[in-house]
Design a protein around this ligand. Sequence first.
Ligand SMILES: [Fe+2]
Length: 576
Amino acid sequence: MRWRSALLLLLAAAAVVVAAAAEPASTLSGPARPVTVALGNRGHTVDLPDTDPRVQRRVTGWAPEQVAVALGAGPGSAWVSWVTGAAQMGGAVEPLDPAAVRSVVRYGLAADSLVHEAAGEALVYSQLYPFDGLQNYTSGIIHHVRLQELRPGTKYYYRCGDPAIPDAMSEVHAFRTMPPVGPTSYPGRIAVVGDLGLTYNTTTTVEHMVRNHPDLVLLLGDVTYANLYLTNGTGTDCYSCTFGHSTPIHETYQPRWDYWGRYMEPVTSSIPMMVVEGNHEIEEQIHNKTFAAYSSRFAFPSEESGSFSPFYYSFDVGGIHFIMLASYVDYKRSGRASPSWNHLDVESLSLTFTVSTNLFISFNKGIHLHRNNSGEQYRWLERDLANVDRSVTPWLIAGWHAPWYSTYKAHYREVECMRMEMEELLYSYSVDIVFTGHVHAYERSNRVFNYTLDPCGPVHISVGDGGNREKMATSHADEPGHCPDPLSTPDPFMGGFCAFNFTSGPAAGRFCWDRQPEYSAYRESSFGHGILEVTNETHALWSWHRNQDLYASVGDEIYIVREPDKCLPKSSRMAY
Ligand SMILES: [Fe+2]
């Protein structure tokens, strides 16, 4: 009996130890020792071909396809978007008439009781290349309908299309609105993905993400990688390596957008998805137009959040205020001169272009890269932050494409100009978490501000590991021989050179650390996705899930704990 008791005691003690070991770490424990997980066999990235049934057009006539739901600025509104009609590719393309088919959503609380109706707007966009031998594209008709006066936390059933045309309404879809705005109200799970693309890695990422049953998806840019293709449909893993000097303009193959919309429809028609642009969405074309597909295909709460821009906007989900920012449009504090701001030099390039005479030019929605120093985004951000009431939405979470605190060699410190303009403002409002993508790997920072460990700085999490076609980032800037030449780091779209040698800390006088920087808590080169579960005003569990693991496995996880008494500005603290 004594042995049996001793054995039971031993087992109980072991269970306690295992339970303690299984508990995720917390930011309250202070900065974690930097960890790098060695690269294993991650496989090769291959795009889904146009013969894959998941990307092919399955509807006929004016029947809707590529159905997607996006959130409004609050739980009472949401957008339903879809495409009707066939896109065209060719030397001469003639845009469809958006007025040919209506934009209607019938919705209600039961599948057989769609008693409400809302109407919206329709548009088409074109991607035009006035060069001999290149093909042009014009989209199907893209519809956006805003549903209003929705109940929070409620499942809505809907059909979209044109009820006046036979067989032009979709099947019944359903989505759930977000919980009411308030400090005790949170969604179950928020999936965070970046650099998704449309590869076989993408499909694994999406399958894993769906198994985690998210209520909302954040997609942090680099959506389809259509710009890794020529207009004749020839693709590559690296455009500049393969076609860089042989093409008059960086071409794109816009049908890849339709492929992506079709593949994603089972997810996007039932789970709201919020997107912010990445560099692969720039897609320059005739007349310096950029971001045409991105701006036309997705719906954003831009007017509702006062930004009036598809590139940056904000929205509330329960006790979380989300701010989506633009890495690739003007982020300057004011109209200060900048010698190389966004110097996408399409004008000078265009002098060498041969204009095709059989081009049908029509733009229903002109999109221009914001290349001036207007300071519009920054001023909007100031206004938006000033309007946040932390007693209502305690959590402040920001997202954009290009990371500030990545330690990989790829894209190392190329966003330094944006960081220098915006970091202080975000820090002054005690942003809790920053989500980014762009670098094709996973990395989570310790709490950091201005490259210094700071208990009130945000946790930066980069999830550019969604499954894109390009190479995975595997080299770290702190490894011997891998520190890039500072002059080689600025991205031409990102606003010039701002990244100088560190002036303090262990890397003072150098451009790179000689070991994993202390602000980098965990980094690993695997495909995957993240899940954020906010449980109350102060605690959120972040977990990262690798594609090569079983569905229930967690690659990295941590409790992100807010400390409002310590970190909120005095004016905001008084609301508590
Ligand atoms: Fe990117």
